[in-house]
Structures are given as C-alpha cells and as structure tokens.
Design a protein around this ligand. Structure first.
Ligand code: PSU
Ligand code: MN
Length: 308
C-alpha cells in the first residue's frame, strides 16, 4: 500500500513522511470526539492522546471527514474546529461515500477509521471501546459494523473491551465468527471498558508489545486480512465499580428503548446518558483508558517497525 492511496484522502505531511520512512504511526478515531465526549473535554482528550502517542515515539493520525475531505492527521486548528462543530455526522464504513459526496463533516467510527487507515497504509489503531452486538440484538439485529470490519481489514486495534451497553458474550461470539484474533493484554478476561474484567474468559493472553507484534506479523504471513484486536483493561486506579456502572447502563438502555432510539443513534445516545448518569465520573474513566490504549498502540507500532 502506498501513501497516495486515494485522491479523496488528505494525509498530513507529518504522517506521510513517517509512513514513507517506515516510522511508527497510530491511527485514532473521531466519533469519540464528535459523539463520545462533550466539548471541550473531547478536544482536550484528543490532543492529550496525540501527545501520548508522540511521547511513545510514534506519530498520531487522527482520522475524520471535514468538508468532504478524508483527513488522516489533523492540524491543530482542524481538531478544534471539528470538536466544536455542530451537526457532525457519524460515519461508519457505509456512510463514507455519502459524506464525501455531500462535502459534509463526520466523525469516523472504528469501522470507518480502520477502512481509511488501511487505505493510507497504517496498521495500528487505538480507540476506547469498540462497537459490538447490542443487548436485545435477537430482536433488533443491531450488530456494529466494527465487528465485520475487524474481520476483513488488516488494521490492528487496541481497545478497553466494550461497554456493557452491549451484550458482551454475543460480541465475543461474533468476533470469533469473523475470524478476529483477540488478545488480552496482561489479562485473562475480556475487559468491560469501565472495569477491568467482564467475567468472560479469553483464549489468548499476551504480556508484552513484542509478543503482540509477533502475532500481528504471523497473522499477515498466514494471508489473513483480519485486524488483530488487543483488549487492554482500564488502569486499576481509574476503574469504576462494575455493579454501580451496571445499574446506570441498565437505566440508560431502558431510557433508549422508551424513547425509541434506534439504529446508529443508539450508541451515541447511551454514551451521553451514561456520562450524565455518572455525573462525569465515566468521562474521567473514559479519558484514562483511551490514553492507556494509545500508549500501548504506539509501543506495538514501534515494535512493528522493527519486526520483519
Ligand atoms: N463505544 C464507546 N465509545 C465510543 C464508541 C463506541 O464506548 O465512542 C463509538 C466508536 O466510534 C464505535 C462506534 O466505532 O461508537 C460504534 O457505533 P455503532 O454501535 O453504531 O456501530
Ligand atoms: Mn448499530
């Protein structure tokens, strides 16, 4: 893959040079900025995450769509403008073409960010939580396109598991169906975003970035185009009590149902409600875990540049 992937994509000079020199680059998503956190914490967090990636020796590439241009690497002014903008759409993979044609502004989900990162030649990506199978999916069929994207796009993703706004057991089943290698980083248990363990056991545990890089390389040598998913638990000091969160998550899910929230609005609605119901505590945890994931992704990206 070259860095001139598409004339719809603007790769920032810094990211372009890093890719050309085979230096470490970490992709970052932007739905978390537009739909996952309120302003100004969204912009502050995005900037802090970029700084952490740099501190670990990698170049951050925040991905978003602005005025119909797909941006890989945002300039300072662009990040602030994006984080403040009203009417920012939420773009999953299938929305990208529409958003580009409409010259619109959109945050990219994990699925869309992976698709763009792959086009740009970036192989590591850090996020907070991935989308998954929603509770009640047997009725609604609401399964995030993030899971299918992981099965078909060779960009590895560091996440803190997923929120229990989702049905975690079903999410893990779909990841298996999609052929997504799933690694617990220093854990035997899939993490539940705000808490370090979900009660769901993982098949594979790894304890250092070198081991993860070897597995990513092996996945490629096997001819697979799947993204490796690395589940990195929230740091101990930032974790929130699981039972307390469960109550609020259940309340938020009930409200969503009562208000008839559906389709792509479900996740942003639940994220915002949980922030409110926890009086900002969940936001602090969210910020901490995204930083933690960005640092690990940068470390893995660094090892990958030295791993044939
Ligand atoms: N879960 C979170 N925080 C987030 C998201 C999910 O805890 O910010 C965002 C991510 O961008 C993810 C998207 O890719 O929501 C999934 O949306 P959907 O469920 O509509 O596929
Ligand atoms: Mn959905």
């Amino acid at each position: 893959m070259t860095t001139t992937a598409s004339d719809l994509i603007d790769i920032s000079p810094e990211v372009r040079e890093a890719l050309a020199d085979r230096r470490a680059v970490v992709a970052l998503e932007s739905t978390i900025i537009s739909h996952g956190m309120p302003h100004p914490q969204n912009v502050e967090t995005a900037a802090a995450v970029e700084a952490l990636v740099r501190a670990e020796g990698a170049v951050p590439a925040t991905i978003a769509v602005i005025d119909g241009r797909i941006k890989v690497g945002l300039a300072d002014g662009e990040l602030e403008r994006f984080g403040q903008a009203k009417d920012v759409a939420k773009a999953s993979r299938r929305d990208l073409a529409f958003i580009v044609a409409a010259k619109a502004i959109a945050g990219t989900t994990v699925a869309a960010t992976m698709a763009i990162a792959a086009r740009a030649g970036i192989e590591m990506f850090a996020t907070g939580g991935i989308g998954g199978v929603h509770r009640g999916a047997d009725q609604t069929f609401d399964i995030s396109a993030d899971l299918t994207e992981l099965g078909r796009t060779p960009v590895s993703v560091v996440c803190a598991g997923c929120k229990s706004i989702l049905d975690i057991a079903k999410t893990l089943e779909v990841l298996e169906t999609e052929g997504v290698p799933l690694l617990g980083y220093r854990t035997d248990m899939f993490p539940a975003f705000f808490s370090r363990a979900s009660g769901h056991k993982l098949d594979h545990r790894v304890d250092d970035p070198e081991a993860i890089a070897k597995i990513i390389r092996a996945e490629r040598r096997l001819g697979s185009a799947a993204g490796v998913l690395i589940a990195n638990p929230i740091p101990e000091d930032d974790a929130l009590p699981a039972d307390e969160m469960e109550e609020r998550i259940e309340a938020a899910c009930r409200e969503a149902e009562a208000e008839g929230v559906a389709q792509k609005d479900v996740t942003p609605y639940l994220l915002a409600r949980i922030n409110t119901l926890t009086g900002g505590k969940s936001l602090q945890a969210n910020i901490a875990l995204v930083k933690n994931n960005a640092a690990l992704a940068a470390q893995i990206a660094g090892v990958l540049t030295r791993t044939p």
